[in-house]
Design a protein. Structure first.
Length: 108
């Protein structure tokens, strides 16, 4: 723990997650920008066989106020977690959110 009460993090804390989270359909990460000047933020993910269907789902689920929706195939991103995820792991405990990064990008 640092002097200001936060926990230090290093790349050693992150573990690559390769296991799919869905039923085998292609997964798409959804990023939104609520206004043209806003930063792009990760809203969630959808499962769909094509970009067009993923866009429909993302718009329905997340796009009610979005100015921009970006979709990225999950298999083209790298997923890292501070926890080791296994078959018995409940990914909904909210302790450490997933942080998708572009393929070849840094997780920092």
């Amino acid at each position: 723990m640092t002097d200001d009460g936060t926990t230090e993090s290093t790349t050693d804390d992150w573990h690559r997650v390769d296991a799919p989270r869905a039923d085998g359909s292609r997964e798409w990460e959804v990023f939104l920008r609520d206004a043209p000047d806003d930063e792009l933020t990760h809203a969630g993910s959808v499962s769909a066989p094509s970009a067009d269907l993923a866009h429909e789902q993302a718009t329905t689920l997340f796009g009610h106020a979005a100015a921009t929706i970006w979709l990225c195939p999950t298999d083209e991103t790298r997923r890292f977690s501070r926890r080791r995820l296994g078959a018995a792991h409940d990914d909904t405990d909210g302790q450490t959110p997933d942080r998708p990064t572009p393929a070849g990008g840094d997780a920092a």
